[in-house]
Write a protein of this length. Structure first.
Length: 397
């Protein structure tokens, strides 16, 4: 009887210990975050046009009537829980550079317009994609101009706003750099900055385009263009990388290759002194934030017929076809509309539709591992055609 009592006590203790450890495990290990995306919505009689937050398994939730121009994902940047974009409209007395945290997307704020040096000048805000640093600072292009409507002088530069302190850093006038270059027009009088820009992965540099300009017989003209590197925190520190035009697109996650739309898609090796470009693709492309690896040379391209990966660091550039729209076994799918990497980049989330063959089919959300020629991606969920915009961004809460 005594032995039985001891065994029962031991059993009771073991049951208590298991329950206790299970309870501790539930307390210590947090629930996984839902897979969440930022979607654009064209609006209906019941739905307001704007940006919506969508967690898989739920219903899209309206967040703001503001959105980037034409709902373009590549005009949005995201870093460490902050989303920033140039709004399709500029609300009165704002810059139009909208930003919010991913945990509170409805609380849109605006970066400030820098104060001009005098009443004879003002800053305009350019319609380019702003960028956000790891520490939350926000970079955007601005142009200093005179209030004289007949004066063609202007000085484009990058403004860097720190929301924590309210401070603004300006990259400075590009004229001294332009005038020091051997390439000059017949009457180059100064320089300015134009086009898009990107930040290096470590946040130490901005890569942008500057150009020479002048007037000839009272007629304004632009001369040679240059790809330059600006050192953050050192106004005026423009360093020549190459002399040519083109639109800066993105930068590889290891910080070695700058990707440029110039006669197709080109790469510039930032670790080399050579100004030579290497062609990546005969077609240009715009890459949204979630299509660029954070740690390697891999960049994802999606288009209507498929999804593939460039390995920018390979010579020649590597290519892996992940999805071929014509070979998907799901009969309700035949058209890729957008794509994003998963957080650890082992999967690709993408949207697809039979929009062009069956208008009422809606949008389906899929997942695929990073493998070659996957004909059977996993179907995760679906939503209505009113969300068939170019705005599809995975966000971390």
């Amino acid at each position: 009887m005594k032995k039985l009592t001891v065994n029962l006590l031991n059993s009771a203790f073991l049951i208590f210990l298991v329950l206790f450890l299970t309870s501790c495990e539930d307390t210590i290990v947090p629930a996984s975050q839902p897979l969440t995306f930022l979607l654009g919505c064209n609006g209906t009689d019941e739905l307001q046009k704007g940006l919506y937050e969508y967690s898989v398994g739920g219903t899209p939730v309206f967040k703001t009537e503001l959105y980037p121009y034409a709902f373009q994902s590549h005009l949005v940047d995201q870093n460490n829980g902050i989303v920033v974009f140039r709004s399709h409209i500029t609300p009165e007395n704002t810059s139009g550079i909208a930003y919010a945290t991913t945990s509170d997307l409805a609380n849109i704020q605006f970066a400030p317009i820098p104060g001009p040096p005098s009443d004879d000048y003002y800053y305009s805000i350019d319609n380019e994609c702003p960028r956000v640093f790891e520490d939350g600072r926000i970079a955007y292009r601005v142009t200093l101009q005179t209030v004289n409507p007949y004066d063609d002088w202007k000085s484009g530069m990058i403004a860097i706003f720190n929301p924590s302190s309210g401070d603004i850093e300006l990259s400075g006038d590009a004229s001294p750099f332009v005038l020091s270059q051997p390439e000059q027009g017949s009457d180059t009088e100064g320089g300015s900055m134009g086009g898009s820009f990107v930040l290096s992965p470590d946040g130490n540099y901005a890569y942008c385009t500057v150009y020479g300009a002048g007037t000839d017989g009272g007629v304004y003209h632009e001369d040679f263009q240059f790809i330059v590197r600006y050192t953050i925190g050192q106004p005026g520190s423009y360093e020549r990388l190459a002399q040519f035009g083109g639109s800066i697109n993105t930068i590889a996650g290891d910080g070695i290759y700058l990707i440029i739309n110039y006669n197709g898609l080109q790469k510039l090796n930032l670790s080399s002194s050579s100004e030579d470009l290497v062609q990546v693709d005969v077609y240009g492309h715009n890459f949204p934030n979630g299509a660029v690896s954070k740690s390697s040379d891999v960049i994802m391209k999606h288009w209507s017929e498929g999804i593939g990966l460039y390995d920018i660091g390979q010579q020649p550039v590597g290519w892996l076809r992940i999805i071929d729209s014509y070979k998907i076994n799901d009969p309700s799918f035949n058209w890729v509309t957008d794509a994003q990497f998963s957080k650890n980049e082992d999967k690709i989330y993408f949207t697809g539709t039979t929009y062009y063959t069956n208008y009422g089919s809606g949008i389906a959300l899929y997942s695929t591992p990073v493998i070659e020629s996957n004909a059977d991606p996993d179907s995760l969920s679906s939503f209505g055609l009113e969300y068939d915009t170019n705005m599809f961004i995975r966000i971390d809460k």
